[in-house]
Structures are given as C-alpha cells and as structure tokens.
Design a protein. Structure first.
Length: 248
C-alpha cells in the first residue's frame, strides 16, 4: 500500500533521509521512534507529496507520488490522511466546519450527506456536543480529537500521525493512544505513528522501528523491539525508559 524505496532527502548540507526504505500494508500500525529533529516528520511528508525525494521512490497504492499530477496528489491525500502535530484546525471555523472542510473541498457530496458524515465522525470521538464551538474555546485534547475526526471523515486507507501526543499530559496522552487503537481495531486501515513517546509506541504499535541516521533500524513487534540487542536501540530505550519498566 505504502512503499518507500531508497529515499534520500537533504536540506542544504543536512542529509536527513539516507536510503529510507519500508513497506506498510493494510491493518499495520508502524510506530517510528526517534529523537526530535532526526527527520521523522520529513518521512511522513514524502508519503503525501508535501516533500519530494532527491532520489528514490515513494509509492502509494501503486502510484509514484513524485510523478503524480495535481489530481493524482489530491487522490493520494484522500487515501492517506495526515494528522498534523498541531492539529492544524482553522481558527475561524467551528469544530463542525473544520471536520467538514475536506468533504466540502471535494465539491461532489450533498450538504446533507456531509452533515451526516461529520456528525458520525464527531460522535465516534465523543465530540458531537462540542461541534459548534470554536477551536480557541476547547482544550488541547479536544482539538486533537477534532483533528482526528477531520481525518476520519475522509474514510482514508491510511493515517499518518505526526507526534499525536505532543503537548499533552500523560492522562490525555493515553486517551489519544486509546483513540488510535480504536481507529485501527477494524484492521481496515494502515497507520504510521511518528513519536518520541515510549508509552504511546508500545500502546498502539503492531511494529516499532527507530529512525536513526536517515533509516529505520530494526523494525519489529513491540515485545521483540524492546528486547533488541542493537546498541542504538538499547541506548534509546535507556534514555527514554517507560514508567514502571526496569532499566535493561
């Protein structure tokens, strides 16, 4: 479904991706761990064409993203939804209108159907009672849920989560983790979750990998990843020990 093949990307002298390669199939939830500034979000932006590789290929459902025209990119972004770290809600639109925005922009759906889809999406995340509020008048956790509702209303094949618990307290972070688990529980969607939140990684991932020097290191199920002998992973796990876990 999603495939990166030997992708390289530099910004000036900073070589961020150095042969990034992986595949993601339906139902998989791949968590990409790594320290801030290592290029995790850069990887996600390549999947939806927000960035183009210097070399290599990004394939989504058989389509080379770099060679897609404007309509092709729009279709890719319908299939693969991006949940931005900030939520990226439009401040002057209500929660309901924010969630409706991607459907309105398509211009191929009756307003009544849009309303039903939006209410269903908001209701699934316990946000319907906040539908008419403005983003500035709801909590950070609610803004995350509203942003997720806007993603779900598109009925995508895959969701890219960029630091979904950033700025949230641990309790709300676990709540967001449960929401991701619920979204993925049907097995109908793929997901990539970029994070440095260890609790979230082990809560939602079917597989975990470490983003290191522009590549993914040792992609494996959580229980295997946690026991990895790779020195870089061992160091990362030591410096970001999960609460309740003994140091290795």
């Amino acid at each position: 479904m999603i495939e990166l093949i030997d992708v390289h990307k530099s910004f000036g002298e900073q070589h961020v991706l150095r042969g990034m390669s992986f595949t993601l199939e339906q139902g998989q939830t791949l968590v990409v761990l790594g320290r801030s500034g290592t290029g995790k979000s850069v990887t996600l932006k390549h999947v939806v064409g927000l960035l183009q590789p210097d070399s290599g290929q990004v394939i989504v459902n058989g389509v080379d993203v770099a060679s897609a025209d404007a309509e092709g990119l729009r279709e890719i972004r319908r299939q693969v939804a991006y949940l931005f770290q900030t939520g990226a809600l439009v401040n002057w639109l209500s929660v309901r209108d924010n969630v409706a925005l991607p459907l309105v922009e398509r211009r191929d759906m009756p307003s009544e159907e849009i309303r039903e889809r939006v209410d269903e999406s908001l209701g699934s995340l316990d946000m319907l009672q906040h539908a008419d509020k403005m983003p500035a008048n709801i909590s950070g956790g609610m803004r995350k849920r509203a942003a997720l509702a806007r993603v779900l209303v598109q009925e995508p094949d895959a969701i890219l989560y960029d630091e979904p618990t950033a700025g949230l307290d641990p309790i709300m972070g676990r709540t967001v983790g449960r929401l991701i688990q619920e979204v993925q529980s049907s097995g109908e969607r793929a997901a990539i979750v970029v994070t440095h939140d260890m609790d979230l990684a082990f809560q939602v991932g079917t597989e975990i990998a470490l983003h290191y020097e522009g590549q993914l290191v040792e992609r494996a199920p959580p229980e295997v990843f946690e026991q990895s002998s790779h020195p870089v992973i061992r160091e990362f796990l030591r410096t970001r020990e999960r609460p309740g876990k003994a140091s290795p």
